[in-house]
Design a protein around this ligand. Structure first.
Ligand SMILES: Cc1cc2nc3c(=O)[nH]c(=O)nc-3n(C[C@H](O)[C@H](O)[C@H](O)COP(=O)(O)OP(=O)(O)OC[C@H]3O[C@@H](n4cnc5c(N)ncnc54)[C@H](O)[C@@H]3O)c2cc1C
Length: 558
């Protein structure tokens, strides 16, 4: 489309209103003020408001927050509760065993339980008070490069008001070109702009493939007298049921304020079974007597899903290119064994801010001028923390005793196993073809009968509870490259696993009663922006792009 586009110039543009970008923007403004430097900073976020696409557990290790805002409690940081005690349980089909010790990675006593939505909303008010221009409702749709295609010069935001065929409607608003000396990419796990940058500038070259976990989470309102009234443990992790030992993942249960609990199941997307249904596994987790004992009398008030980039240290890309740096989960800044990415993402944003300030003092924004970001990372506690978990993703990708052995060695040696940099397989490549009996086993495994609409809700009610909205008459933001492949090859080999790994019921296969012809039906307006589909599709047949800015979930307590 050739409409004249407005151009706006800033010194620095942050893409994404998550902890990485917000901590980076705040730190940059703090440093600029200390150095009496006038820097124009903008931040765009695809959610309608800052926080409306934020979903995390979340236990917050406050180490980075203390560095950024030393008196964060005094400054009004919204903390749900402090972690009073940790519990770690192994769930069998009907029972549970408390493990005699809590693995060091999830010893969180003294940390804080937060709602990521509220936390980033609060960070945004601090950033705005320092002079950051925040633009929620603007999705970064395209990366702008200079004429030789090597330097990033800004971001084009998505058009608004196109019809399904991409034609402008009466209320059409073309996207804006936001130009900046430095663009900071903080889109979170599986960023769609980072994917384009990676294709062009090869920033992941020589790294292990990115691998992911998917998490489905609910906030549940409990009665006033509830499990946490008498329990010292309010940070609970589980292993075992419903996934068993073949598929890696586990549950989390965190006490929130106002008699609420945050409950979720994380599943490593390197799983094999084509019939595995992520949502139904979460329901199995919720039906377990141990979990029911905690949620009894409760009501689901919000639900959502999001992927986590869990490749860790050996998947960190090149962190700076001409005109841009990469921060947060998109740049693999996650403590993988501890499932903690908020403080690590914040710290990466802060280190990037320090390097950007240095670049301003040199008046140069080349890859070389921004390289101190990498050097600062190397010298920081963040590098040490990420390095300890460097072999964890490789260990969990193994099976049975090998997995247990490798996890044990890794645990005891502080991250070493026999070989560093062992192979990791892309999540799209791990699925096994359908076997005889898989369909029947899946029918038995997933009950799908006892939804009560209150504590056990079906997928569509879950979407409703995420408050997800997309304008219907817009180009489909989920690109299925070859629909015939879905209904022929993929149906035969895997029974279209997209209908099961998508927690929002975006993908459906309709079969004509008379002709038995199959058709892929897409419901993009249900999309929770978790991005599992782009990662797990066994043919890499799906590309996730940003829909119109402001569309998507409207989380308030996730
Ligand atoms: C279920 C679950 C449980 C977790 N539990 C914990 C925990 O207990 N403790 C912990 O520390 N970590 C936890 N994590 C991980 C942690 O939430 C992430 O590592 C962290 O949020 C990453 O921060 P980020 O700023 O890099 O990205 P995000 O928090 O993902 O934020 C990125 C933001 O960018 C926006 N965005 C993306 N693309 C665009 C675009 N093109 N244009 C404009 N905006 C865009 C998104 O809407 C989003 O708001 C958990 C994650 C999940 C999913």
């Amino acid at each position: 489309m050739n409409e004249a586009r407005e151009q706006i110039e800033f010194d620095v543009l942050f893409v994404g209103g998550g902890p990485a970008s917000l901590a980076g923007a705040i730190h940059l403004m703090q440093l600029a003020k200390q150095n009496e430097l006038d820097i124009d900073v903008a931040l765009i976020e695809k959610g309608a408001d800052i926080g409306s696409h934020a979903l995390s557990g979340a236990v917050l290790n406050p180490i980075a927050l203390k560095e950024l805002i030393p008196d964060y409690r005094g400054a009004g940081c919204p903390i749900e509760t402090d972690v009073r005690g940790d519990e770690f349980h192994f769930l069998t089909e009907t029972g549970h065993y408390s493990l005699p010790f809590v693995p060091k990675y999830v010893r969180n006593k003294g940390f804080h339980i937060i709602s990521q939505c509220r936390f980033v909303q609060w960070l945004a008010t601090i950033a705005e008070d320092l002079g950051v221009n925040t633009f929620p409702g603007f999705a970064g749709k395209e990366v702008l490069f200079n004429s030789n295609g090597k330097k990033i010069i800004g971001i084009r935001t998505g058009d608004k008001g196109l019809d399904k065929d991409g034609k402008p409607k009466a209320n059409f608003e073309p996207g804006v070109d936001i130009l900046a000396k430095v663009t900071v990419l903080g889109e979170g796990a599986k960023g769609s702009l980072l994917r384009e940058i990676s294709k062009k500038l090869n920033i992941f070259s020589g790294k292990k493939p990115q691998v992911f976990e998917a998490g489905i989470k609910e906030a549940i309102q409990l009665p006033e007298k509830n499990y946490f009234s008498d329990s010292s443990g309010n940070d609970i992790h589980t292993l075992g049921y419903p996934l068993g030992l073949g598929t890696h993942g586990g549950g989390f249960i965190y006490e929130m304020g106002d008699n609420r609990v945050a409950l979720g199941l994380i599943v490593t997307l390197g799983y094999q079974g084509p019939m595995l249904d992520l949502y139904e596994e979460f329901m199995r987790f919720k039906r377990h007597p141990f979990v029911r004992g905690i949620t009894s009398g409760g009501r689901v008030i919000e639900q959502g899903a999001r992927v986590i980039g869990s490749g860790g240290f050996y998947t960190i890309p090149k962190l700076a290119v001409d005109g841009a740096v990469f921060v947060g989960a998109g740049a693999s800044m996650l403590n993988v064994p501890g499932l903690k990415g908020i403080h690590t993402s914040m710290k990466s944003g802060m280190l990037a801010a320090e390097a950007i300030l240095e670049a301003f003092s040199k008046g140069s924004f080349t890859e070389q001028a921004l390289a101190p970001y990498h050097d600062r990372l190397e010298a920081s506690w963040l590098k040490k923390e990420l390095y300890v978990g460097r072999n964890f993703p490789q260990a969990v990708s193994k099976k049975g005793l090998t997995k247990l052995f490798m996890l044990g060695v890794e645990y005891l040696t502080g991250g070493c196993i026999l070989f560093n940099k062992m192979a990791l397989e892309e999540d799209s490549k791990t699925m096994s073809p359908l076997k005889d009996g898989d369909l029947e086993a899946s029918e038995k495994r997933y009950l799908r009968q006892d939804y009560d609409g209150v504590l056990l809700v079906d997928k569509l009610t879950g979407v409703y509870l995420s408050k997800t909205q997309h304008r219907e008459d817009q180009p489909c933001h989920l690109i299925v490259h070859d629909v015939d492949l879905c209904v022929n090859e993929c149906f035969k080999t895997y029974q279209c696993p997209c209908t099961r790994f998508c927690p929002g019921n975006v993908y459906e296969i309709e079969i004509d009663d008379n002709t038995q012809e199959k058709r892929l039906k897409l419901n993009p307006s249900n999309c929770l922006h978790c991005k599992t589909c782009e990662i797990k599709d066994p043919y890499n047949n799906i590309t996730w792009t940003c829909p119109e800015g402001g569309d998507g979930p409207r989380y308030t307590v996730m």
